[in-house]
Design a protein around this ligand. Structure first.
Ligand SMILES: [Zn+2]
Length: 573
């Protein structure tokens, strides 16, 4: 019966929604004052938002959405209250699995590309809620560590759109149980909002028991603990000139900042002193490494602790939320390297900004544990995008995939991009790539010159890389699939053993791949460029008779690794 009722409700919305274009308006500007009352888990907000009609038709109705645990209080245009109907809207874009939607009738039609400013007020509570995960069968314990957003007296941390709609959004319904629906809706929202600006002013009255309470948010800003003559009024202001791909987040806790050293702000919780000290002592070597590759990190970056040490880490721009409960110097090192790369190298291109940071983590791991340790770290990224690449390969006519240059899918601009930078480094060498990266300027990397990065590396390497950028960056051509097509062992006149090896790439993306020839008493590794759907042949001189060829040490993402080992039979020898 309950199921039937839910069905009725859904049908009701669906019929009413037909005329409503929920994604017609983009919110171009936010200016919000947020008041937190952690004892009651409450949030109260008021401020102004600017809506721009990005659809092709004039619009008079707008659907504004906030988390279902919040309620709309007032909506005004030009100082006059406007009529709105508030209704629940089922959508997994919020942690509660639903939104409070205000269907607003604007005083006048807004023409395409025109904007309207709304004064808004809303309030409610944000308790921990893992509904959207538990209702698709994720065990409660796991769901709580992933869906950790909440306002609470002991610790507060709340992520924005995609997790908790604590600021208004305008989206179609997203469904976690339907393949990629949630990610598609959330990525579409990010894409529409990338140029939006956001100004936040957060505050809380902590009372007299407020020794170390710190309120922070994830953008350039300020914070403090006295205002308006009230010594317990803690506040933070944050400003995004452009949201980019960042998900705004705010956090509040009894944070200790003693281990901070510029440019790093370290916010640790009591009981985690040893973990914070691990971060602090890992800072100097990480700074040295990042400076050598990416330039001196100077812009402030922050790492903030979690009260629940099992909370999944989360990054928003230059703020990383990660537990400091453990004294893990390896993890602290790579987390620091990642954030310091952001500090040293700003970029509005996600595959450059995040791709380089993840690539740097792998290089840092190599410095400490060798190439295999680095490839193991990169390997953790492989599964993330390989499944989507395989789907694309199976039905290439269905979509253009996710080209790195334009994707809003983080598995691509983080995981695939890390591999692309690693392959470039293997192809052109450390010094050459360093030289290119040090010349990189975010302001020169713009829409007018989509090939800026390619040109920088080509100039340093004195080598044509157009084919590589075509296959991996400008287009999504999937990944290669290498196999040995033929092997011919022979001997020179003087009797020195040589093998002629022909490798084939069955995939649609070309790459330079390492291959290892095992011979009596040792092995030798060479590299060879094999273009998409092509073959390449090379001769290798050996000190002994070859027995086996292994293609790819894991540095090139590949769709099928089962055909990478080739035994050279006795008859061929
Ligand atoms: Zn990052």
């Amino acid at each position: 019966m309950k199921f039937l009722c839910i069905l009725c409700v859904l049908c009701g919305f669906a019929s009413g929604a037909r005329a409503l274009e929920r994604e017609a308006f983009t919110i171009a500007k936010y200016d919000l004052e947020i008041r937190l009352e952690p004892e009651q888990q409450r949030l109260g907000a008021r401020g102004k938002i600017t809506l721009r009609n990005d659809s092709a038709r004039p619009q008079k109705i707008v659907a504004l959405q906030i988390s279902s645990s919040l309620n709309w209080r007032s909506i005004r245009v030009d100082g006059k209250t406007v009529q709105f109907v508030s209704q629940p809207y089922i959508s997994d874009i919020d942690h509660t699995g639903a939104l409070s939607e205000a269907i607003v009738t604007l005083p006048a039609e807004i023409k395409p590309k025109d904007s309207v400013e709304l004064e808004i007020g809303y309030e409610g509570v944000i308790p921990l809620d893992a509904t959207r995960l538990t209702r698709v069968g994720v065990p409660d314990e796991i769901a709580r560590h992933s869906s950790w957003d909440q306002i609470s007296p002991s610790f507060t941390a709340v992520r924005g759109a995609g997790y908790v709609a604590w600021y208004p959004i305008t989206t179609e319904s997203a469904d976690f149980s339907e393949g990629n629906s949630l990610f598609e809706v959330a990525d579409r929202w990010k894409k529409r909002e990338q140029d939006a600006s956001m100004k936040l002013s957060l505050s809380t009255d902590a009372g007299i028991d407020d020794a170390r309470l710190i309120l922070l948010c994830s953008a350039v800003g300020l914070s403090g603990d006295t205002r308006g003559g009230n010594p317990h009024n803690h506040w933070a202001t944050c400003e995004y000139e452009r949201l980019g791909l960042a998900t705004p987040i705010f956090a509040m806790g009894d944070y200790n900042q003693d281990q901070s050293k510029p440019p790093l702000h370290l916010f640790s919780l009591s009981g985690h002193e040893a973990g914070a000290a691990t971060y602090s002592s890992a800072l100097e070597p990480a700074m040295k490494f990042v400076s050598g590759w990416f330039g001196q990190p100077t812009a402030p970056v922050a790492i903030a602790d979690f009260a629940d040490s099992n909370s999944a880490p989360f990054e928003s721009g230059t703020l990383l939320m990660a537990s400091m409960a453990a004294e893990d110097s390896k993890l602290a090192g790579i987390n620091l390297v990642h954030e310091l790369v952001h500090s040293a190298l700003p970029s509005s291109r996600p595959w450059v900004y995040e791709g380089l940071a993840h690539f740097a983590e792998a290089m840092y791991r190599q410095e400490q544990g060798g190439r295999q340790a680095a490839l193991d770290l990169l390997g953790l990224h492989r599964a993330a995008f390989l499944d989507s690449e395989k789907e694309l390969a199976a039905a290439p006519q269905k979509s253009a995939g996710q080209p790195l240059a334009s994707t809003f899918d983080e598995t691509y601009y983080r995981s695939k991009a890390a591999y692309v930078w690693w392959m470039l480094r293997d192809m052109v060498g450390d010094e050459t790539l360093k030289q290119a990266i040090r010349k990189y300027r975010s302001e020169d990397d713009n829409i007018k010159d989509p090939k800026y990065v390619e040109r920088l590396i080509e100039a340093a390497a004195k080598r044509d890389l157009g084919w590589f950028f075509d296959d991996w960056v400008y287009r999504d051509r999937g990944v290669p699939d290498f196999r040995v097509q033929s092997v011919h062992p022979w001997k020179t006149e003087k009797g020195a053993p040589i093998v002629t090896v022909t490798l084939e790439n069955l995939g649609n993306a070309g790459a330079e791949v390492p291959f290892t020839i095992v011979f009596e008493g040792g092995e030798i590794t060479k590299r060879i460029e094999v273009r998409a759907k092509g073959t390449a042949t090379t001769r290798v001189e050996l000190p002994g008779t070859a027995s086996e060829i292994v293609i790819n040490d894991g540095s090139v993402p590949e769709s099928d690794l089962t055909n990478n080992v080739f035994q050279i039979s006795a008859s061929q020898k």
